[in-house]
Design a protein around this ligand. Structure first.
Ligand SMILES: Cc1cc2nc3c(=O)[nH]c(=O)nc-3n(C[C@H](O)[C@H](O)[C@H](O)COP(=O)(O)OP(=O)(O)OC[C@H]3O[C@@H](n4cnc5c(N)ncnc54)[C@H](O)[C@@H]3O)c2cc1C
Length: 476
């Protein structure tokens, strides 16, 4: 029987095969290095559609991939052959302001949530751009501007509706399927398709105080040294981020003569009341670090302003290679290594030094699947170009600088950032013990490893968990 017939009349979504007018668009993800051709894309509109899609995948032996926002750098949301379950038809957000709860459909982007919560003076702490998908980000952890004050996105989970590999729909929370709830907080898309997240919302804004300062390359190393000595002393009411940019875009505070220049940018965000004088003082103090060529601070709406500032810098459809590292110590030599790499780097993009710490570490290491909560700094190399002829050179350069930084980087991997050439690092991301625990949960909820187009955890029955390791060919 044809797949369309198996789905039945109850399937409300779009059935997009290779001959469909939307196929070319629907198979694209953020990273143009990923060029996959699914046998079929099912764009779902409701939980019943997802159940039907999971059932046809299982019944027909089709490898399912699940597409949220499509931002994952390794392209794990798109299958080659097989079946892609596209959550793009499920983007409703319902705010229960009285109870500080936000119900978010499993295909939402961060911007959908920000737009819905802003009128109520609420936020769900998530990432630093509006176009990243909620599901991939949240299920892998979710680091963003508010992490220092409120913790990770997965720390805000109250409950999740999940379509399991069997087609059964369950609710996971601290009281219902607590083992699954534990695994979903950092364990990625391994355990089923999440069709609805219920988040605890936090009071905020909608206005945010933000400060920005720019530095010429010759001042970058000295500035970062001063910055590195200050950031460990900062309160958790401030979020901060340094970016060594190949070419600064035409952001509102950038004078026209500097647009396109190679500059260091420091950003700080006050995570409390935008009118608090303590926030203005601290943001201004951080903006005066080193010898800025531009420094500015202002108050902007968070969702409609701050969260969209960086969107245009990382549009869909360029070739991207990203590589991350946790920083044990931002020593002077590490700063010199970073700055030397940046001064010569031919590719677009930026080297990011992102502030962690604060509330991230309030949650115990074993309380969730997310790992490595104790770091203050996180490095991300976000590199972009357009010509495939540069792939090998630019990837090699990026890998090399991370190797050069090894004396100062810590143990630990943020699973959401693992690239297509790092899929053997999943065990490292969790550590052997936590990976084994994830394997036991996987064995309970997806024993046949139907959901393996992700940072895959091999299902291991409880009595064999000690021997857990990635299954051959499990990464799809
Ligand atoms: C430009 C950019 C900015 C970023 N900024 C941040 C940031 O600020 N903070 C941060 O923590 N990370 C950030 N990331 C990384 C981000 O967390 C990951 O790329 C994440 O995988 C994106 O989620 P997505 O839904 O867009 O991804 P997708 O590529 O759609 O999916 C990623 C994975 O999640 C699974 N998945 C998707 N939807 C579901 C679902 N409904 N149920 C179950 N599994 C599902 C997929 O199968 C796949 O394995 C950023 C990435 C990019 C490209």
């Amino acid at each position: 029987m044809r797949i369309a017939d198996q789905l039945g009349a109850g399937f409300k979504g779009d059935i997009i095969g290779p001959d469909h007018a939307s196929y070319g668009h629907a198979r694209r993800v953020w990273n143009a290095m990923i060029d996959r051709h699914p046998g079929l894309i099912l764009r779902c509109t409701c939980t019943d559609d997802v159940v039907a899609a999971v059932n046809v995948a299982r019944a027909n032996g089709l490898l399912p991939a699940v597409r949220g926002g499509g931002h994952n750098v390794s392209g794990k949301s798109m299958s080659d052959g097989g079946l892609t379950i596209d959550m793009g038809g499920m983007r409703n957000v319902a705010v229960d302001a009285g109870n500080h709860l936000v119900h978010v459909d499993g295909g939402c982007l961060l911007g959908d949530v920000d737009a819905a919560t802003a009128p109520y003076g609420l936020i769900v702490p998530a990432g630093i751009m509006s176009e990243t998908g909620v599901p991939g980000l949240a299920l892998g952890g979710g680091i963003g501007w508010f992490s220092r004050k409120h913790g990770l996105t997965c720390d805000q989970f109250v409950s999740l509706e999940v379509v399991l590999a069997s087609g059964e729909v369950v609710e996971a929370s601290a009281d219902q399927h607590p083992d699954l709830f534990w695994a979903l907080r950092g364990g990625g898309g391994n355990f089923g398709v999440v069709t609805r997240f219920t988040f605890r919302a936090q009071d905020f804004g909608p206005m945010m105080r933000i400060g920005v300062s720019l530095y010429q390359p010759e001042d970058a190393a000295e500035t970062l040294r001063e910055y590195a000595s200050i950031v460990p002393t900062l309160p958790r009411t401030i979020g901060w981020h340094a970016a060594l940019k190949h070419d600064i875009p035409a952001l509102p505070f950038v004078p026209p003569e500097l647009v396109g220049a190679r500059l260091l940018m420091l950003i700080s965000m006050w995570l409390d009341d935008a009118d608090d004088p303590a926030g203005a003082e601290l943001v201004d103090r951080l903006g005066a670090v080193g010898h800025p060529c531009v420094t500015a601070s202002t108050v902007l709406p968070f969702g409609a302003g701050v969260q969209k500032l960086l969107d245009e810098e990382f549009p869909n459809g360029q070739r991207y290679y990203t590589k991350e590292a946790h920083v044990a110590e931002l020593a002077g030599e590490a700063i010199d290594t970073l700055v030397e790499f940046w001064k010569d780097m031919p590719m677009h993009g930026e080297v990011e030094i992102i502030g962690l710490g604060g509330a991230i570490g309030d949650v115990g290491e074993d309380a969730t699947a997310f790992s490595n909560r104790q770091y203050l700094l996180w490095l991300n190399f976000a590199m972009a170009w357009n010509d495939p002829a540069n792939d090998a050179d630019y990837i090699a350069r990026t890998r090399q600088v991370v190797r050069d930084l090894e004396p100062w980087t810590g143990r630990g991997v943020y699973v959401n950032m693992l690239n297509f050439d790092e899929l053997d690092r999943v065990v490292e991301a969790y550590g052997a013990e936590k990976y084994a625990r994830l394997g036991r949960v996987k064995a309970q909820y997806d024993p046949e490893n139907l959901f393996r187009m992700n940072y895959n955890v091999t299902p291991v029955p409880g009595d064999r968990a000690g021997a857990a390791g990635p299954a051959a060919g499990a990464h799809g």
